[in-house]
Design a protein around this ligand. Structure first.
Ligand code: COI
Length: 362
């Protein structure tokens, strides 16, 4: 595709009604959205239009067989008012890896980047100014064939909408290590951001919430022994001053925040070990006093400190956040780089608008 994005601007911006001091996570949507269709083997007619409903038929295949993948990324504002994206090309690559696993077509990186840059630049007034807040960007792709036969769809829609958000978790999280249900098995789709992964996690997460826990800590599908990730983020433990996190193995999400903070930590001289971590080892480290911190990482969650983990009948309570070093340091690092307060030595922060294709206003 080498087409201009057609842009139809809203005549009725809702921006003036936004209370940036009180942002619910993911329930307020900014003025515009992007969409492009995959038909006859080609991505066609990229457009930005006012945010609103789209129509699909009841026989839409994504509704029945779940060919739907998504991404989560963020735009932030620097002190001098520039709209910045964080490692956007990584999100383009990851949605394509997710799509490939679900037999969906890849979206060329240039279309993804043109779309994100143009949309965020257009709606940059929606980026909350406070550090730690952001414009959450949700790119997603889904099947659009109308058919009941089980097969990959021939047509797809890729869309992006955005929402101004504050922190996903307002306080340290309580986790329940899940010993009945599983999220991902070797050879499955655990590494993909497939919509169905999140659907399958809803019941266990709900049951955990009913018991007073914020989220599930997933264990491996074979032995219920090795830690995988939390429902909304990758997981890190600080044991004996070293940072330990489950290795990439096909069953956990290849977190872009995970990768970024491993890099920040290593550059700062912390030792980071990516390996198989058993839940028994976490219990033992807690009992012998060497487990000093646990935190999750994700686009939405950023760095969320873990308050406690329940495993069978053992409650692992972590020290207060004020007594921790590494989690708070890395949270400050990622938020500081995103806001421009800390120098971005990696070139990960990219100004929105720098990759825009020629756009035609209609
Ligand atoms: C993200 O972190 O962007 C995600 O997609 C996770 C979801 C829980 C919001």
């Amino acid at each position: 595709m080498n087409q201009n994005i057609s842009i139809k601007k809203t005549q009725n911006s809702r921006l003036k009604d936004v209370d940036f001091e009180n942002l619910p996570f993911g329930r307020l949507f900014s003025d515009h959205m992007f969409m492009v269709d995959y038909v006859d083997g080609e991505w066609k007619e990229p457009q930005i239009v006012p945010y609103g409903s789209i129509s699909i038929e009841p026989s839409n295949m994504a509704l029945h067989y779940g060919q739907a993948v998504f991404e989560g990324m963020k735009a932030t504002k620097t002190a001098d008012g520039k709209a910045m994206l964080f490692r956007p090309e990584q999100h383009s690559r990851r949605i394509n890896a997710s799509a490939a696993r679900l037999a969906m077509p890849e979206l060329p990186e240039s279309i993804f980047l043109d779309a994100v840059h143009t949309l965020v630049n257009l709606d940059k007034g929606w980026i909350p100014p406070a550090e730690g807040s952001a414009l959450y960007i949700r790119p997603f792709m889904f099947a659009t064939d109308h058919s009941v036969g089980v097969r990959p769809s021939n047509s797809y829609k890729f869309m992006i909408f955005t929402c101004p958000v504050g922190p996903y978790y307002a306080k340290p999280v309580k986790l329940l290590a899940e010993t009945k249900y599983v999220r991902a098995a070797t050879g499955g789709v655990g590494e993909s951001k497939a919509a169905g992964n999140y659907a399958a996690a809803m019941l266990p997460a709900l049951l955990a919430q009913q018991k007073g826990y914020d989220q599930v800590l997933w264990l491996d599908a074979k032995e219920f022994k090795y830690v995988q990730e939390v429902g909304t983020m990758n997981i890190f433990f600080v044991i004996d001053g070293k940072v330990h996190t489950p290795m990439i193995s096909g069953t956990i999400l290849r977190g872009i925040t995970r990768n970024s903070i491993i890099t920040f930590l290593k550059d700062a001289g912390y030792e980071v070990v990516e390996r198989r971590i058993s839940i028994d080892e976490i219990v033992e480290a807690h009992e012998n006093g060497t487990l000093t911190e646990a935190f999750g990482s994700g686009t939405a969650a950023v760095i969320s400190h873990v308050q406690s983990i329940l495993y069978n009948n053992v409650e692992i309570t972590l020290p207060p956040v004020d007594d921790r070093e590494i989690g708070p340091w890395v949270k400050n690092q990622i938020n500081g780089v995103r806001s421009g307060r800390i120098t971005d030595s990696k070139g990960w922060l990219i100004e929105a608008g720098q990759h825009s294709a020629a756009a035609i206003e209609v």
